[in-house]
Ligand binder design. Structure first.
Ligand SMILES: Cc1cc2nc3c(=O)[nH]c(=O)nc-3n(C[C@H](O)[C@H](O)[C@H](O)COP(=O)(O)OP(=O)(O)OC[C@H]3O[C@@H](n4cnc5c(N)ncnc54)[C@H](O)[C@@H]3O)c2cc1C
Length: 400
């Protein structure tokens, strides 16, 4: 066992950190207020290979492995504590990967070079008004074959990147039932372009955090797609979705850790300089003990997280781990990271006193941003617990 980084990993971390600290960190408040990631940042990320970096190099991706993808996620989280840019990054890194693995040649050629160069967006659309956690039981979106084409009807909701997709173009990998009698084996994945599509009506939510990236929904009425828009094999969509969710959960862990590390750094600087009762705050046990606890929590989730990335690399590169191994490792990381990160933001806000409650101070953006991941983006905490219990007890103990 070796806990050190390779030279390549060190250089990658430094490259991403230098870019992100210089170009992103000074603009986070502006991004949060204007609700938009500036074009120059998108272009800079594209230049560094940070947009769908896990996609094949044949289509403009960087073909990075999951440990490298996590390093970049951690650095982007550290730079953008609001988590807007990390969300853009991790959604495209995980779902761009699924698209790159399973999409038809024609669809990949059409969209992936644009996605990796920041001219198109790649998102995920699984959730429906009546089916979030229980998409298998309650999902109503249907895909029906008409000649060689597919007709999609249904509604998707709480979907990240609606504005990005409708403005830039691109696709949302969209889950639809194609064999209603087959349960989870009756779903297929489709690449659905939202831009300029008259059969699609989009809507937006006003989120509480990660304001630089949009969340919304779309209704599909007789959306006609060519057979090339089917992702992978018909009726394998649920499996592709689970594969993408595991990847996203690992990257979420890394972004939450990065953002919380940044907050802890800010907090440490403050308690080393601010005085109360004639002493530096950092010399009080009541401040030191939570600092030690939170540092320890972050280190433990970081280890869980990089072990999950390592398990993914074992699976994809060496076939020495299974999708179940990855799902378990990813669920553990997603269960812990947003909670531990939230704990850090909350604590550091306390250390700053009244300033911690103002927008003069960035930690409130972290509190708002990270909450999206403990509420449910890419799977709720109870769903993580169900996955972990399933792996510990066996499928026969699934509660549904
Ligand atoms: C900011 C944000 C962005 C998102 N982006 C996307 C996106 O891009 N694409 C996409 O497809 N979805 C997206 N989602 C949706 C997300 O995947 C869902 O919110 C999530 O799957 C939960 O679904 P739900 O909101 O309908 O909650 P529900 O499924 O209704 O769950 C409500 C509560 O009940 C609990 N619960 C449900 N079943 C059980 C059970 N069996 N046992 C115990 N507790 C249970 C849940 O844990 C949760 O606490 C996003 C969500 C957010 C908040």
């Amino acid at each position: 066992m070796d806990f050190s980084w390779t030279d390549e990993q060190e250089i990658w971390r430094k490259t991403v950190r230098d870019f992100a600290q210089k170009n992103i960190t000074p603009r986070v408040r502006e991004i949060d207020t204007n609700k938009k990631i500036p074009d120059e940042i998108i272009k800079g990320m594209a230049k560094l290979g940070l947009l769908a970096p896990t996609a094949s190099q044949d289509y403009g991706g960087a073909g990075v492995d999951w440990t490298m993808a996590c390093i970049a996620a951690e650095e982007l989280g550290r730079a953008d504590i609001s988590l807007a840019i990390p969300v853009l990054y991790l959604v495209e890194a995980s779902w761009g990967f699924i698209f790159s693995q399973y999409g038809s040649k024609e669809l990949r050629e059409k969209y992936l070079p644009k996605i990796t160069s920041g001219e198109a967006f790649c998102g995920i659309a699984v959730t429906e008004p009546e089916g979030g956690s229980d998409i298998v039981g309650a999902g109503k979106t249907k895909g029906v074959k008409k000649g060689k084409n597919w007709i999609l009807n249904g509604e998707k909701i709480f979907i990240s990147g609606i504005t990005e997709s409708t403005k830039w173009g691109g696709i949302h990998l969209t889950l639809a039932r194609t064999d209603p009698s087959a349960g989870h084996k009756g779903f297929s994945f489709f690449g659905v372009p939202l831009k300029d599509n008259k059969q699609i009506k989009t809507s937006l939510f006003e989120d509480m955090g990660r304001m630089g990236i949009s969340t919304g929904g779309f209704v599909m009425e007789n959306v006609e797609l060519s057979e090339q828009n089917l992702i992978g094999e018909q009726n394998r969509g649920f499996y592709y979705a689970m594969e993408g969710f595991s990847a996203a959960r690992v990257l979420i862990g890394a972004t939450c850790v990065g953002a919380a590390e940044a907050a802890l750094e800010l907090g440490k600087e403050h308690i080393k300089t601010r005085k109360a009762f004639g002493k530096l705050l950092g010399s009080f046990e009541g401040i030191q003990f939570p600092l030690a606890e939170h540092y320890c929590n972050l280190e433990s989730v970081k280890l869980l997280n990089y072990r999950a990335a390592w398990t993914m690399d074992k699976m994809y590169k060496e076939k020495k781990a299974s999708h179940y191994d990855v799902a378990l490792a990813a669920a553990m990381s997603k269960l812990r990271a947003p909670i531990y990160a939230f704990g850090v933001f909350n604590e550091v806000a306390d250390w700053f006193g009244a300033l911690g409650y103002t927008k003069e101070f960035p930690v409130e953006m972290g509190i708002r941003g990270v909450r999206s991941y403990s509420i449910g983006a890419e799977g709720t905490m109870n769903i993580m617990r169900i996955i972990i219990a399933r792996e510990l007890l066996g499928k026969e103990f699934l509660p549904y």
